[in-house]
Design a protein around this ligand. Structure first.
Ligand SMILES: Cc1cc2nc3c(=O)[nH]c(=O)nc-3n(C[C@H](O)[C@H](O)[C@H](O)COP(=O)(O)OP(=O)(O)OC[C@H]3O[C@@H](n4cnc5c(N)ncnc54)[C@H](O)[C@@H]3O)c2cc1C
Length: 221
């Protein structure tokens, strides 16, 4: 059993300073106002125009954009992610992937729980002894789950049947493709204080990176 960190990788190339992304939205949005003559090549008109769209809640225009991100999270978090109906998904399958095979190291991978505990408002203030005891018990549960998974396979179960004993902590890769409007909705919900700590663990750094790389779109978040 391997414990690994949660994370993300932005799969969509983003232009220098995010200018091309804003210019794409500007080109489309200016059709509404027939103000294409106001477009400037340096991207400054795009910044102003897209800012105006967002301030005016004319967010339908930012739907003309997509961003794909591959997350490494546990299956509890991925289950929350797939509730976002407007997005598109591709996820590592526990039906087709057999973790007992050499290709997968003959072991299950689980997502480290410690960062989630540190982001959990109630648990973050608890003593190191309590947190260590919780982590020790969790780790034992992961080892037990792996043992039962491998035994079910040994007994002849297929991966899709043996998966029934895999824990929520099982690592998964899930790619989300969504337009900027949906990403804004996603970040509003998934970076909030009341969001699950482990979805915040990957969503907050992603939002911070996007704020840096694509101006205007996420500035108000
Ligand atoms: C803190 C938190 C706690 C939660 N707890 C629970 C829980 O206990 N149980 C549970 O089942 N879920 C829970 N959820 C999930 C939640 O109910 C939503 O399914 C999830 O947040 C997706 O939100 P969404 O509908 O805005 O996103 P999307 O499905 O991506 O939709 C985006 C937007 O499109 C519009 N839209 C989409 N579909 C429709 C539609 N059919 N009709 C009208 N407008 C639509 C809405 O404006 C929506 O905001 C929780 C979410 C959060 C953030």
């Amino acid at each position: 059993m391997k414990i690994q960190k949660a994370g993300y990788e932005i799969l969509t190339p983003i232009s220098e300073g995010g200018v091309k992304e804003l210019q794409h939205i500007e080109r489309i949005g200016r059709v509404c106002y027939k103000s294409e003559d106001k477009i400037t090549e340096d991207g400054e008109s795009a910044k102003k125009f897209v800012k105006m769209l967002i301030n005016a809640h004319h967010e339908a225009m930012i739907e003309h954009s997509t961003l794909s991100v591959m997350f490494t999270v546990d299956r509890g978090v991925s289950h929350e992610m797939v509730r976002h109906r407007i997005a598109s998904f591709a996820q590592e399958s526990t039906r087709y992937v057999n973790y007992s095979k050499d290709k997968f190291g003959n072991e299950i991978n689980v997502i480290d729980l410690r960062p989630g505990i540190e982001l959990d408002r109630k648990m973050s203030g608890m003593s190191a002894e309590v947190i260590d005891a919780v982590l020790k018990e969790w780790e034992q549960a992961m080892i037990d789950a792996e043992k039962h998974y491998m035994r079910l396979i040994e007994l002849g179960a297929t991966a899709q049947i043996a998966r029934s004993v895999l824990p929520n902590s099982t690592k998964t890769n899930i790619t989300i493709t969504a337009n900027y409007r949906e990403w804004r909705n996603y970040f509003r919900l998934r970076t909030a204080d009341d969001a699950h700590p482990q979805i915040r663990e990957v969503s907050v750094p992603l939002l911070m990176e996007l704020k840096e790389r694509i101006p205007v779109i996420f500035d108000d978040m």
